[in-house]
Design a protein around this ligand. Sequence first.
Ligand SMILES: [Zn+2]
Length: 71
Amino acid sequence: MRQDLMEILVCPVCKGELTLTIAAVEADEVLTGDLFCAACTEHYPIDDGIPNLLPPDMRAAMAASEAGSGH
Ligand SMILES: [Zn+2]
């Protein structure tokens, strides 16, 4: 994601401001990093340049459904 995306990104839970921590950057693209909401004390990871802004409970639900996706 581009760093200037931070201007429009908000916490999916409280719509609050997110703090960006960059682990890997190329030009102005953040490849790996972390978005942190101080209000929720919740972290949202950035992997392969894509910020994962799913609310934590939805992320848990997705992980659970993936784990139980056998017929
Ligand atoms: Zn929040």
